[in-house]
Design a protein around this ligand. Structure first.
Ligand code: ASP
Length: 445
């Protein structure tokens, strides 16, 4: 039997009722041997995440202001979970020590990591699993970078000694023995590292959504979950803002060819989304996998006759934006034009100076600037093998009266990116979605 590593997010462990669901899930499959918890999340939309409260405690302590009231909320949440689950676990000594250390100036990383630490202790007691402190298994180097080699060595040795264990997410330790956290949402990374460390057959990431959705549910009503997606497709969608999983969680498992299954703790029988390696058979899927997009780009279109035969023109153009510390997203080009698509956050207030420099260095015939551009990427590995995808996409946009300002399709044909005006963004997303996922009833756009 293979080994599954199951990571549960904050909302999956927000209160005792959620803990009960988690235990039922773990017990339903004996392959679920290593469990990674986040800190308790929000119970409803007005609630606080424990991690946020802990950061607040740290901030107040640093300013020498009282943090006891905020810490009391943290304390109450854990003690309530313990008592509602009927656990005899005594967390008071840990809570007292943590409060004292925060008061004595403990670091933000230490303080925030206690959310996962305490939740891990509770979950281990509730499941009857061994509790293993992530500080003894996950390591960072002296510069604060994740130390994959040492972690892998220690993890594979230690986990072999414990057939079933709970390892808190989000943190590890430095060579000096200090606690260090990953960036926010980092329990996903811990889960991936553990899955790799034990050479799991599957990394399950349990959350509160049905999986990775085909489109942003704030824009498209009830988009379908994606049943199966490759790492490459996921990267394309995540790059344009779609997210369920911490970006860095992909690397450890992808390298080890371990699939990830995004699952819903509140609907455990639903298949969720399976993230797999780029295998050949997906190319026959014949449709798109998902859509994502972002607003807030500027296009700088540079035109010069005979540009295509001028040696070094592209290099000169790019050297200008490089000199201003700006990176570009896309660079579609024609015989006499090159367009640079740049995020507004990169450009800031530098646009005027950049234009002056392009004019001086490249001596173009003209430079045009288009503001308020949004990009939408339509992703699907099967697109390259299916005629008519682009026709369908552009027909849908044309029917909505949406003007396409830019088109970019990488040679791998994994996606088609269109640049449109910000104001058309939501409508364009819906038009594309409904072109590929026909509705039985008229969508409420
Ligand atoms: N608790 C941490 C956070 O809120 C890490 C995590 O949940 O993955 O960012």
């Amino acid at each position: 039997m293979g080994i599954k590593v199951a990571k549960f997010g904050g909302s999956s462990l927000a209160d005792a009722a959620q803990f009960r669901k988690v235990r039922a899930i773990v017990e339903a499959d004996p392959a679920r041997r290593y469990v990674i918890p986040s800190a308790p999340g929000k119970r409803d939309k007005h609630d606080h995440k424990i991690t946020d409260l802990l950061y607040k405690c740290h901030e107040l302590a640093q300013e020498k202001r009282p943090f006891g009231e905020v810490f009391a909320l943290v304390k109450k949440r854990y003690l309530t979970i313990c008592s509602e689950l009927g656990l005899s676990l005594d967390l008071i000594p840990d809570l007292t020590e943590i409060e004292a250390r925060i008061g004595a100036g403990a670091s933000a990383d230490y303080t925030a990591s206690r959310g996962e630490f305490l939740n891990g202790k509770i979950l281990a007691a509730y499941l009857g699993f061994t509790f293993l402190d992530a500080a003894t298994l996950i390591f960072f180097d002296a510069e604060g970078r994740f130390d994959a080699e040492k972690t892998q060595r220690v993890l594979s040795r230690e986990l072999a000694r414990y057939p079933r264990a709970v390892i808190p997410g989000f943190y590890g330790s430095t060579p000096e023995g200090h606690v260090r956290t990953f960036s926010r949402g980092g329990s996903d990374i811990t889960g991936a590292i553990v899955a790799r460390g034990i050479n799991a057959t599957l990394y399950e990431n349990w959350t509160d959504v049905p999986g990775f959705l085909m489109a942003d549910p704030r824009i498209v009503k009830n988009p379908k979950p994606i049943r199966e997606i490759t790492y490459r497709e996921l990267r394309e969608l995540a790059y344009m803002g779609a997210s369920v999983l911490h970006e860095e969680a992909i690397f450890p498992v992808r390298e080890a060819k371990i699939p990830i299954n995004i699952k819903n703790t509140n609907d455990p029988d639903a298949p969720g989304t399976l993230i797999v390696n780029d295998n050949g058979n997906l190319q026959t899927r014949g449709s798109i996998t998902g859509i994502a997009g972002l607003k807030g780009f500027t296009i700088i279109a540079v035109e010069k006759t005979l540009m295509h035969s001028e040696l070094g023109f592209g290099r000169k153009l790019l050297s200008v934006i490089e000199a201003h510390g700006i990176s570009f997203e896309h660079m579609p080009s024609g015989i006499a034009t090159i367009s640079l698509v740049i995020a507004d956050s990169q450009l800031n207030s530098k646009l005027d100076k950049v234009l002056v420099d392009i004019d001086r260095v490249c001596e173009p015939d003209s430079i045009e600037v288009f503001h308020d551009i949004a990009l939408i990427t339509t992703v699907g590995l099967g697109m390259a093998y299916t005629p008519g995808i682009a026709a369908k996409l552009f027909t849908a946009l044309a029917q909505g009266g949406i003007n396409v300002r830019m088109i970019d399709q990488g040679s791998s044909e994994i996606n088609i990116i269109v640049g449109i005006e910000n104001k058309d963004f939501e409508e364009a997303m819906r038009r594309i979605y409904y072109a590929f996922v026909p509705q039985t009833t008229e969508p409420e756009c």
